[in-house]
Write a protein that binds this ligand. Structure first.
Ligand code: TTP
Ligand code: MG
Length: 389
């Protein structure tokens, strides 16, 4: 049976939430991210409203560049608690339509509706209803792609943003893929793309029509990529461990090589990520450290733990160990990030063995949270971490 896969991606997610909650922001360029400090800010843009995109502002752009392009924009710091709440709501909306759900990020998910679409009037009608339900629960719009494969659904959801709905019918799949640039194919990295381009293969259609001899040197990857180009993508929708993550970053006001400042920042980041995980009711197994050096050169290092955790001290220890093993040469540090992925519900036990230790730690964390609730964030910091982010 042909599969019917849906990809949903919220529109300008963080910015749309801010516009929803403050109607005076509607229709205005709204930029969420680091403090621009009148153009001297050194952090990055998380996202921005479509009005701001007209000025050329984009996610991950230095905030100073955004300020240059759009000095009249409304600049706001992110409020993750609100975004995670909305993320929970869209997830519950999706579950009303199918249990086969894969949340890819805070605002994006795949749904396999092959077996459930008939209950809602067919695949396209199911997509309309998903959009309506998301709007009803959150007041936000999303863009939806419906296709026989995950890759095509993801590409389709991006085509008519915002508030889009694009269907790729099974019989139209190859024609849909053919004109796309090969870089759109999942798993096709820049090096492979370069090799293929040198052989005159630039589009997915050209790759689909390639002879075995034109794919030489690509190893086992060659036939796989050709299959993908022909619309054969067997990847299934499933809740993968590691798909969702919670992370925070800090950009230093000046590049730093100061060991103490770096250490304190990592501890504070771990603390912040721990709080967000606990607020969301999650723990996770993989800790990723991001280090951006002067000149914007960016590196990541990750480690997967034996047990999932949301404890600040464990996260801090891992982040510090990852940093200690990282060689930055003589370059100073511009940005640090700590992220936890491989999430699962906090209450889920992986072994009985954890129980006693857990009980003790749980008490300590609860006490800290109670103080924070009373006196606000900033009232308490773990030893070594005195920065709020
Ligand atoms: P995206 O879905 O990539 O962006 P978006 O929802 O803001 O806009 P679009 O309409 O193009 O989908 O990311 C979802 C959220 O994740 C986004 O609102 C903010 C956050 N984010 C960052 O914090 N940093 C980033 O570099 C990106 C790409 C996203
Ligand atoms: Mg989005």
């Amino acid at each position: 049976m042909e599969r019917r896969i849906v990809h949903v991606d919220m529109d300008a997610f963080f910015a749309a939430i801010e516009q929803r909650d403050d109607p005076s922001l509607k229709g205005k360029p709204v930029i969420i991210g680091a403090d621009p400090l009148g153009g001297r800010g050194r952090g990055v843009v998380s996202t921005c409203s479509y009005e701001a995109r007209k000025f050329g502002v984009r996610s991950a752009m230095p905030i100073s560049e955004a300020w240059r392009r759009c000095p009249k924009g409304v600049y706001l710091a992110p409020d993750f608690r609100k975004y995670e709440e909305a993320s929970g709501l869209i997830r519950s909306a999706f579950y009303e339509f199918t249990p086969d759900l894969e949340q890819v990020s805070i605002d994006e998910a795949f749904l396999d509706i092959t077996r459930s679409a008939h209950l809602f009037g067919g695949p396209l009608e199911t997509c309309r209803r998903i959009k309506a339900r998301v709007k009803e629960l959150t007041g936000l719009t999303c863009s939806v792609g419906l296709a026989p494969t995950k890759m095509a659904a993801k590409i389709a959801s991006d085509l008519k943003k915002p508030d889009g709905l694009v269907e790729v019918r099974p019989e139209g799949l190859r024609a849909f893929l053919a004109p796309l640039d090969i870089s759109r194919l999942w798993g096709l990295g820049p090096k492979t793309a370069e090799v293929l381009r040198a052989r005159g293969i630039n589009t997915v259609g050209e790759l689909a029509a390639a002879e075995a001899d034109e794919l030489r040197g690509l190893g086992v990857h060659g036939p796989e990529l050709k299959n993908l180009a022909m619309g054969e993508d067997p990847r299934e929708v499933r809740e993968e461990e590691g798909a969702r993550s919670v992370g925070n970053e800090i950009t230093f006001s000046a590049d730093t090589g100061d060991a103490r400042e770096i250490k304190e920042s990592l501890v504070a980041l771990a603390d912040k990520v721990s709080s967000r995980l606990r607020e969301g009711g999650f723990k996770g197994r993989t800790v990723t450290l991001k280090v951006r050096l002067e000149g914007f050169e960016t590196h990541t290092r990750a480690r997967t733990l034996a047990f999932a955790t949301n404890y600040a001290d464990v996260l801090a220890k891992e982040a510090l160990a990852l940093y200690a093993a990282f060689d930055r040469g003589r370059k100073k540090v511009r940005l640090l990030g700590v992220k936890v992925s491989g999430l699962m519900p906090a209450g889920e036990r992986e072994s009985l063995f954890e129980e006693a230790e857990d009980g003790r730690r749980e008490k300590a964390h609860k006490a800290i949270e109670a103080i924070r609730e009373k006196f606000g964030r900033g009232a308490i910091y773990r030893a070594g971490g005195k920065k709020d982010i």
